[in-house]
Design a protein around this ligand. Structure first.
Ligand SMILES: [Zn+2]
Length: 70
């Protein structure tokens, strides 16, 4: 289920909310103070594999050809 983590700019507290459709993200309010001044958090578990996979791909193609020439 699409559970998003939010951070409230007004009271500074973090909370989770179930958002079924993307357009509903704008209507999410803080569970603590009912404020709409919130930020959607990027989860650490989803961003780690994407950042790590880009490093080995570029290192292999650029390193093998140049080392064999010289
Ligand atoms: Zn709040």
């Amino acid at each position: 289920m699409p559970i998003y983590e939010f951070h409230c700019e007004d009271c500074g507290k973090a909370f989770e909310s179930l958002v079924m459709i993307a357009s509903a993200l704008d209507s999410v309010t803080c569970k603590h103070c009912k404020s709409s001044n919130i930020k959607k958090m990027i989860s650490a578990t989803s961003s780690q594999p994407a950042a790590g996979s880009t490093i080995p791909a570029g290192a292999l193609s650029g390193c093998s050809s140049r080392s064999g020439f010289s």
